[in-house]
Design a protein around this ligand. Structure first.
Ligand code: TXA
Ligand code: MG
Length: 317
């Protein structure tokens, strides 16, 4: 092997043997990218302060932005955080799945403060993706796992997205195919009532309200409740123009529904399909080297709320 070539990023299909290797690497303090039902995560042992520091370093993530800690189930989560009755109800309704609960840390919580950016709260989620769950089982520690992208960039929904962005910086990328939802988890502050949505996602306000039998608040624009929601985020390198009906000269057009573009998030106007395609198409549009990426209007209903939240952040300062 030539010494001048950059180290081959090891992308491996998520077989039982590769999952075992991932778990061993994690237990040794290394980082592994793995698929979840939302986006690919950059996973390290949440209890290992050095592994967590490595996550911040590899992503170039500001240390004030806390990480989500992934667990197998509610029983494991209850060792880490104080569950309010509402939180317990939501965990029972939506775990395993794309819901992150922000709660007070348990007094005996073993997760280092660095993972939580020094806050008294901790964000917890039990993922449903079989590969993420298999790794959690095999390494038997909670996993700190932000989206596996450089800070501020687009979240990865394919192993190839991770390879391109972080391939030379991490020990292993487990390839489990495209992420089914394609959009990050819903983050809710479930410490007290009313429960508040800090980041809209696959689990909508409606779904939360039905499970709780009461109203849920949405974080209003401009009010920063989740440290990671403060900056420009989820952004391609190319500037983005929203609410476009067609491309201007020099633009690449990401359409929706009946509109005709270089890409179409969902020709049949289906928001679930659009969410699953969003980041993959923005990655492709970004690679075209156009002057701008024009994106069609997305209806502000159901999953459209989360899609529009991410799209708005691509254009922020
Ligand atoms: O779907 C997901 O949530 C993916 C997969 C890999 O699980 N992870 C993910 O992580 O999106 P990340 O780090 O990219 O986004 C986590 C968000 C950030 O906006 C962060 O500020 C917020 O959750 N967060 C984490 N801990 C928090 C806390 N204690 N209080 C408020 N917000 C918190
Ligand atoms: Mg992220």
């Amino acid at each position: 092997m030539s010494t001048s070539s950059r180290p081959t990023p090891s992308v491996r299909r998520a077989t039982a043997a590769a999952i075992d290797e991932a778990a061993q690497l994690i237990r040794k303090g290394k980082l592994v990218a793995l698929p979840t039902e939302t986006v690919y995560g950059l996973a390290g042992n949440a209890l290992d302060e050095q592994a967590v520091a490595l996550i911040f370093a590899v992503k170039g993530r500001p240390a004030f932005n806390p990480l989500i800690v992934h667990v197998l189930d509610l029983a494991e989560a209850q060792h880490l955080a104080m569950f309010s009755p509402a939180a317990e109800r939501l965990a029972r309704a939506f775990w395993p799945g794309p819901l992150t609960l922000v709660l007070e840390r348990h007094p005996a919580c073993p997760v280092p403060l660095l993972t939580c950016a020094g806050l008294s709260t901790i964000a917890l989620r039990a993922p449903s993706h079989p590969v993420a769950r298999a790794v959690l089982k095999a390494c038997a520690v909670p996993l700190a796992a932000p989206s596996a992208n450089s800070s501020g960039g687009l979240s990865p929904t394919r192993a190839a997205h991770v390879e391109e962005d972080l391939g030379d910086k991490i020990a292993l990328i487990l390839d489990g195919g495209p992420c089914p939802h394609g959009l990050e988890s819903t983050v809710v502050d479930a410490r007290s009532r009313p429960v508040r949505i800090l980041r809209p996602g696959v689990i909508t306000a409606d779904m939360l309200q039905k499970a709780l039998g009461e109203t849920v608040e949405s974080a209003t624009d401009g009010v920063i409740l989740s440290p990671g929601q403060s900056e420009r985020h989820y952004a391609p390198k190319t500037p983005v123009r929203l609410e476009a009906q067609a491309a201007h000269p020099g633009e690449v057009f990401v359409a929706f529904g009946d509109l005709v573009g270089d890409f179409n998030l969902s020709p049949r106007g289906d928001l679930t399909e659009a969410a699953a395609n969003l980041y993959a198409m923005l990655h492709l549009a970004d690679a075209k080297g156009a002057q701008a990426i024009a994106v069609a209007p997305i209806p502000q209903q159901g999953l459209g709320v989360a899609i529009n939240d991410r799209l708005r952040r691509t254009t922020k300062g």
